[in-house]
Design a protein around this ligand. Structure first.
Ligand SMILES: NC(=O)c1ccc[n+]([C@@H]2O[C@H](COP(=O)([O-])OP(=O)(O)OC[C@H]3O[C@@H](n4cnc5c(N)ncnc54)[C@H](OP(=O)(O)O)[C@@H]3O)[C@@H](O)[C@H]2O)c1
Length: 229
């Protein structure tokens, strides 16, 4: 478990930044992808920081750069994501395509590009920040986001199946409301009553540390008594 290397997308803020913080404290070597790498370099001076835009299909370049820097990749953590609050009738194809690209296709490309490294280390880990919106459709309002997150959940299970014999374990982390930029406009609940990004980071830390014979396929977490399925 020493000298492990993780790639984290979406590390510039919210849940991804909390995960990067936790793994730094735990001695991981990190390769962080961000649209504005300069901001990350200041916050995580020891990390390898790479420009990554999930809409630019540049995941293979990022993985090549991380491999060149560290010589191994033990975990891929996909936290980059967007939520456009539109229902499945009103949303334009273009907008849905953008969410699809960032929430589903980019994590797949990242896992794919690092697959050989994850297999080579014998206990590779893939963590996808999915959502409870990937498990149930609570209302029409954000149902387009739910379409992409249901796909992300299926992606996580697909990766889990694909990697099982090679020791790769995939975990879908499915929170309700978490106090980040994404929930800034949410009313009816105070930010301090939401799940905190550090709580989600702790869950990711646990999933990363579990041995191959204790695979955690899904983790849900709530700040209130909302539906799980
Ligand atoms: N907050 C919640 O209540 C909640 C609940 C369930 C699941 N989630 C999921 O958790 C993940 C993290 O969300 P968060 O709450 O931490 O939200 P956040 O604070 O808005 O962070 C989103 C991250 O995604 C990055 N990102 C957005 N578009 C990108 C692109 N085109 N290319 C690369 N990176 C991009 C952002 O980078 P920039 O700084 O460059 O914009 C940022 O680092 C997401 O997948 C989200 O769907 C969140």
């Amino acid at each position: 478990m020493e000298n492990r290397v993780a790639l984290i997308s979406g590390a510039s803020g919210g849940i991804g930044a909390s995960i990067a913080q936790l793994l730094t404290q735990r001695g991981w070597s990190l390769s962080l992808g961000a649209r504005d790498p300069d901001s990350l370099a200041q916050r995580f001076p020891d990390a390898h920081v790479v420009r990554h835009d999930a809409t630019a299909c540049d995941e293979a370049d990022w993985v090549d750069a991380a491999r060149a820097r560290f010589g191994r990749i033990d975990a891929v953590i996909c936290s980059a994501g967007i939520m456009v609050p539109e229902d499945v009738v009103e949303i334009e194809d273009e907008t849905l395509d953008r969410m699809w690209e960032i929430n589903v296709k980019s994590p797949r490309r990242l896992a794919r590009a690092a697959w050989g490294d994850l297999v080579a280390c014998g206990q590779g880990r893939v963590i996808l920040l999915v959502s409870l919106s990937g498990k149930r459709v609570r209302s029409a309002a954000s149902s387009s986001y739910g379409v992409t997150k249901h796909a992300a959940l299926a992606l996580s299970h697909g990766l889990r199946r694909k990697g099982w014999e090679d020791g790769v374990r995939a975990t879908a982390v499915c929170p309700g409301r978490v106090r980040t930029n994404m929930t800034r406009g949410v009313t009816g609940i105070a930010p301090e009553d939401m799940t905190q990004p550090e709580n989600v980071a702790d869950m990711v830390g646990l999933a990363l540390d579990m041995p191959n014979n204790a695979s955690v396929a899904e983790m849900t977490v709530n700040c209130d008594a909302e539906d799980q399925y």
